[in-house]
Design a protein around this ligand. Structure first.
Ligand SMILES: [Zn+2]
Length: 192
């Protein structure tokens, strides 16, 4: 068995951002899937959420469309954003001084709630609505409140969980790290 630790692991930022994206996979929204993950100062996850309708409001009965002559038939009046769900789902007393990892820059409504819940930092991936009023207003409020926000630049271009790739006997989820002293045994590369 190799005694040296693995060095090509994902780092904390990648780990939490990946959790946000994993949560987004739960979203039923056909156009935009957003996830958010809240982490405290001890690097413990205290809340996760994704965009969706409130509890009891069926995904099959409420509208997912973005446009309709009748505003009551669009999603906007009903959907809870990932950031709000993550805050409301918290398993701690509060989210004071926490960092939120989120796929998309928060809108103005979420920014208000982020500020009021005393989250100290937002790490986001996409800023595709940067020129829209709701993002400009969000940044204005976050700046005024001293909430830091930084764009996440992925270190790995892919983080893949492929269940077919896992060696279930050794729980070796490779591809194996190439090593100088690598030996082939039992038909696979011998990293643990
Ligand atoms: Zn929002």
């Amino acid at each position: 068995m190799d005694s040296e630790k693995r060095r090509d692991t994902i780092d904390w930022t990648e780990y939490f951002m990946a959790m946000a994206f994993l949560a987004a996979k739960r979203s039923k929204d056909p156009s935009t899937q957003v996830g958010a993950c809240i982490v405290n100062e001890d690097k413990r996850v205290v809340g996760i959420g994704y965009n969706g309708f409130p509890t009891g409001c069926s995904d099959d009965e409420f509208p997912w469309s973005k446009t309709s002559p009748d505003p009551l038939e669009t999603k906007y009046l009903y959907v809870c954003h990932a950031e709000v769900n993550a805050i409301l789902n918290k398993n701690s007393t509060d989210v004071k001084n926490c960092t939120m990892y989120v796929a998309l820059f928060p809108c103005n409504e979420c920014a208000k709630i982020i500020i009021q819940s005393a989250i100290r930092e937002v790490v986001y991936m996409s800023d595709k609505h940067a020129l829209k009023d709701h993002t400009i207003a969000a940044k204005r409020m976050l700046d005024a409140a001293g909430v830091k926000y930084t764009q996440y630049k992925p270190r790995h271009s892919r983080i893949v969980i492929d269940f077919t790739e896992i060696d279930w006997d050794s729980l070796n989820q490779l591809p194996a790290t190439p090593r100088k002293d690598d030996v082939t045994r039992n038909g696979h590369n011998g990293g643990c």
